[in-house]
Design a protein around this ligand. Structure first.
Ligand code: C5P
Length: 301
């Protein structure tokens, strides 16, 4: 993720993400859940544009289409990131920021978190703060568990709440079809439904493969082995909270795809396909079922 200038304006593309694996390791005493997850950015983007404005600070959010509903004002996480960075840097927030949404909300695709990371990047550039990534990282984590991942913007194995990030340089680009049902899943509700007590550890083998095996299998792109690797420890609780998650799973089960599962805390799910043409074919069939908004994209390296 980087800021690029266009005349006096500049912009950042904020990618969505998919959790290719997600294991719940336990619940911490601070209430957050300890995770082990392989996340990859995908080629579906929100766009954050900055235009200089002398005194003024303005934040707007446009959501073309009806699939994306994101807060348009100061409660938007990207706007909160701008205000927080200005405060910490001791400057007045300034300029005209426009966020154009494409990533669905309450999907588990990291839209809000990616926008917040984009806001930190863009304002750091536009306001000439020159903060290093190491300086931005704690603020990113304060804004949300997935925000530090988006600052890096590369496939990674993430542990802890998501802030202990190990880059995975060798992952291939995977063609995917994602489906976002009309209903969302609330992240706090999904984690709470796991029913873990503070400090409780879980049997990690119940929610997917060991991280080293998962990384090696994804790197090799051996399609036949991927099915046993791609899994999400929140899928079962999300299906209880949102019937549509199970409907999408059954649809993918009936399709000839490499592997599939839910992303993050849902409600979107994705299927890995053998090629972009295969993904287009699968998407066309899934669209006839009217389960939600269907996206075709690829994971980024
Ligand atoms: O950090 P983020 O804002 O995405 O988290 C939203 C909520 O999801 C948290 O307040 C917490 O209830 C839950 N959560 C969790 N463990 C995580 C991430 C999120 O329990 N690793």
């Amino acid at each position: 993720m980087f800021a690029r200038s266009r005349g006096s304006a500049c912009e950042v593309l904020a990618p969505a993400k998919l959790n290719l694996t997600l294991r719940i390791v336990g619940r911490r005493t601070d209430g957050f859940h300890e995770l082990e997850t392989i996340m990859a950015p995908v080629s579906l983007y929100d766009r954050l544009v900055y235009r200089p404005a002398e005194q003024e600070f303005r934040f707007r959010c446009e959501s073309p289409g009806d699939a994306v509903v994101a807060p348009a004002g100061p409660e938007n996480l990207a706007c909160r990131a701008l205000v927080r960075l200005a405060e910490a840097a001791g400057v007045e927030p300034r300029g005209d920021f426009l966020l154009v949404k494409q990533i669905p909300a309450a999907a588990g695709m990291g839209g809000g978190s990616s926008d917040a990371a984009a806001a930190l990047r863009l304002a750091n550039h536009a306001w000439r703060l020159n903060w290093s990534d190491a300086a931005l990282a704690p603020m990113a984590l304060e804004l949300g568990s997935d925000v530090p991942f988006f600052l890096g913007g590369r496939p990674a194995l993430c542990r802890g709440r998501g802030e202990r990030i190990e880059r995975l340089p060798r992952l291939p680009s995977l063609p995917i079809v994602a489906v976002k049902p009309p209903e969302g899943v609330s992240t706090p509700a999904a984690f709470a439904a796991l029913g873990l007590s503070p400090g409780e550890q879980v049997d990690v083998t119940e929610s997917g493969a060991d991280a080293a095996l998962a990384v090696a299998t994804l790197a090799s792109a051996r399609w036949s082995a991927l099915r046993g690797i791609v899994a999400n420890g929140l899928q079962r609780v999300a299906e209880r909270l949102c019937e549509s998650v199970a409907r999408v799973r059954r649809e993918f089960e009936s399709q000839d795809v490499v592997a599939h599962c839910m992303t993050g805390s849902g409600s979107a799910s994705f299927a890995i396909c053998r090629s972009m043409r295969h993904a287009q074919r699968v998407a066309a069939r899934v669209r006839t079922q009217e389960l939600g908004t269907v996206f075709v994209a690829a994971t980024r390296r």
